[in-house]
Design a protein around this ligand. Sequence first.
Ligand code: CTP
Length: 373
Amino acid sequence: MNYKSYLDKHPIFNIVSESAEKLGVEVYVIGGYVRDLQLKKDSKDIDFVCVGDGIILAKAIAKSLGKEVPVVVYKKFGTALVKYHDLEMEFVGARKESYQSESRKPNVEAGTLQQDLDRRDFTINALGISLNKANYGNLIDPFGGIEAIEKKVIETPLDPAITFSDDPLRIMRAVRFASQLNFDIAPETFEAITNNAERLKIVSQERITEELNKIILSPLPSYGFKLLYQAGILRLIFPEMADLQGVEVIQEKGHKDNFYHTLKVLDNLSKTSSDLWLRWAAILHDIAKPLTKKFDEKTGWTFHGHEDKGAKMVPEIFRRLRLPLNDKMKKVKRLVRLHLRPIALVKEEISESAIRRLLFEAGEDLEDLLLLC
Ligand code: CTP
C-alpha cells in the first residue's frame, strides 16, 4: 500500500507533521488506525505517538486547527485528546513500560519509538507510519505486522508469556481480535493465553465484559466462544456457559450438546440481528439445562422448567458480569422465559387464549422472541 498518497489525501496528517516539525519532535500514526487502514476499514480514532511530550504537541496542533478545537488532557496517563470534526485524535509520548505481578497498570517512562512498539499487544497493532519530513509515509513494521494481517494471524511482538502476564486483558483482546477479524491465533500465542488465563483475576470485570461483548457482536461469535472455551477462559469468566458443554449417555440415549447448540442458535441469530441483548438472550436461552437435566427411563432426557429457571438466573449472571440491570436485562429475562412458547403453539392445538396470553406476555419483544425461536 502507498501510505504517502493516502496521507496526502487527508490534510490532517500534514497539519500534525508541520506542528511536530516546529516543535522539533518526531511523530507517527500508530496502532489500531494503521491496522484498520491495512484492512481497508475506515476509523475515526487516530493514535499518534511522538518522541517527546504528547500533550505539548496536542496543544500545538489544536491551536493550529483553530480557536474552538478542544484538547482534553489526561495528566495521569500523559495523553491528550483532540476532537476535530468527526476525528478523535489521541497524542502520547513514546514510552517504555514495566509491570508488577499484581497489577496490569504499568510503570511508564519516556522511551524510543522501538520501545513503544515493543510493549504493544499484537504484531498487527505494533505498526506505525512516519509523519516526519525525512521519511514521510514510511511504514514502521518491526515485527512483521503487515504480513500477520495478510496471513490473518494474531501473535505477540515479544515473548507471549510476558505480553499476557504483563497485561492479562490482552488475553481477552486476542480472542476478541481473532473473532472480530476472523484471524487465527498463532500456536505459541494461544499456548501462552491458556497458561495465563488465571491471571485474568487481576483484570476488572468491566474490562473483561467489554471484550466479551465485542466477541458477542462479531460476525461469527461462536468462533470467539470456542477459543474462550478451548483456552479455559470461559470456565473462569462464565462457568454456567462452560457447563453447557458435553453429552451424557444413559442406556445408549444421549442428549444434544447444549454448548454447541447454543452457539448454533447464536450464529444463526447473528446473521439477521446485531442487537447485543438479543444475542445475549440466545446465549442464555438454555443456560439452566444442566441444572434441570433428568433421565427418564421411558422418555429419555428431559430439561423440564429450564426456561423458568434460566430466566431466574439472568439477573445474577448480569450482576456478576457487570451488565446493566435495567430494561435490557428484563428483556433478556423475558425472552429466556418465553423461548419455548411460540414453538409450543405451533405444535399444539392452537387456542386463541394461548395466543393472546403470549402476545400479552411478550409485549413489545414479540418480534425479537419470534426471531430467537
Ligand atoms: N494496546 C496494548 N495493550 C492493551 C491495549 C492496547 O498494547 N491492553 C495498544 C495496541 O497497540 C493498540 C493501541 O494500544 O493498537 C490502542 O488500543 P485501543 O484503542 O484499545 O485498541 P485499538 O487497537 O485501537 O482497537 P479497538 O479500537 O478495536 O479497541
